[in-house]
Design a protein around this ligand. Structure first.
Ligand code: AQP
Length: 327
């Protein structure tokens, strides 16, 4: 059975972009893959976090995995910092990567903005992500489009190490990207991606937002003055983003949606989209609160960490032997 690995940073409440780009795939894949899903807390501290809030977000992300349908009996759910091999392999891969390739990562350029006092973690975190993936001999990595460059780097590092030792030290993984929802854009500025850390609450739809907040966010979303529901990313990025969200939730194609709203204004379209989003998110939110109250979460995380450690230890032993470190 092929192995799947993916993770989400506990940097805030998860939004529609995280769900439609990555999480939706988690559930689908667990039926015929061996899935390992991680809450990547070490990644989240590349930028300073409030420690109390961070701990809550770690639990929230794990509970959301379960609320969307990840089954802890079928899949492994765990917290990254509870398996020490992530940090260990990350260092080994940092030593195998080039400063030139790391400095070309767009997320590094976006987040550091050329500022010399930005944390070195922003620079090195792609090698931690590579370690997360390679530690589990991963075949498939379900992620949003924004992670393409990091997946390519992970593949390059795996191939580089394998070539250096002329041996299959690492499995070379493939990224898995969806057609609809792979890049959900911000509702107030459809030229940048929807992001947890965005300040404007109405720029995103959170998976824990109440019905009223979901409706308000969609009704306020930036569109254009043409009043024509038409998919055209270049000239109508706001409306196209809303059409993509509608499509990802309903399974209808963009052209079907265009025909449904021919001759109608943005008001009708947005009202219906709000309804579709509310009906899809409500069951996730309700399930989340049930899980958060019960002890099933800590049980799943304890068992998950144990299962993850068992795989990670075997990989690290192989890698250390290959690199000649330890005894
Ligand atoms: N807007 C998006 N559209 C589609 N997929 C997205 N993902 C994130 N934003 C979008 C996917 O969600 C998964 C988890 O992302 P992450 O939390 O690990 O990191 P991120 O990409 O940095 O997410 P955010 O929301 O933008 O967080 P902050 O604000 O903390 O940086 C990944 O598979 C990602 O592709």
């Amino acid at each position: 059975m092929k192995r799947v690995f993916s993770g989400v940073q506990p940097t805030g409440d998860l939004h529609l972009g995280n769900y439609l780009g990555a999480l939706r795939q988690f559930v689908e894949l667990q039926e015929d893959h061996e899935c390992v899903y991680c809450v990547v807390d070490l990644h989240s501290i590349t930028l300073p976090q409030d420690p109390k809030e961070l701990r809550q977000h770690i639990y929230d992300v794990a509970a959301l995995y379960m609320a969307i349908g990840v089954d802890a009996k079928k899949s492994t759910i765990f917290i990254q910092s509870e398996v020490k091999e992530h940090a260990e392999l990350s260092w080994i891969l940092t030593c195998s990567s080039y400063t030139g390739e790391l400095s070309r990562m767009t997320q590094f350029k976006d987040k550091s903005k050329g500022n010399e006092s930005s944390p070195a973690g922003i620079f090195c975190y792609p090698t931690l992500m590579a370690a997360d993936i390679l530690l589990y001999d991963t075949d498939v990595v379900p992620v949003g489009n924004d992670q393409r460059q990091h997946i390519e780097l992970t593949r390059d590092l795996a191939i580089r190490v394998n070539n250096r030792f002329d041996k299959k030290v690492f499995v070379v993984p493939e990224g898995r990207y969806l057609k609809e929802g792979a890049r959900v854009m911000s509702l107030d500025n459809p030229t940048s991606k929807m992001s947890k850390s965005a300040e404007n609450q109405f720029s995103k739809i959170g998976l824990l937002d109440d019905d009223n907040k979901i409706k308000k966010s969609i009704m306020r979303a930036t569109t254009d003055s043409e009043a024509n529901v038409r998919f055209d990313i270049e000239n109508k990025p706001g409306v196209s983003n809303l059409i993509s969200i509608y499509s990802a939730f309903s399974g209808k194609s963009a052209s079907e949606i265009e025909s449904m709203y021919e001759g109608k204004g943005y008001g009708d379209f947005k009202k219906d989209l709000a309804e579709v989003a509310i009906e899809s998110i409500r069951p996730i939110r309700e399930r989340f609160y049930e899980i958060r109250k019960s002890d099933m979460l800590t049980k799943a995380l304890d068992e998950g960490a144990e299962k993850a450690r068992a795989i990670a230890e075997i990989t690290m032993k192989r890698v250390k032997e290959q690199f000649g470190i330890g005894r």
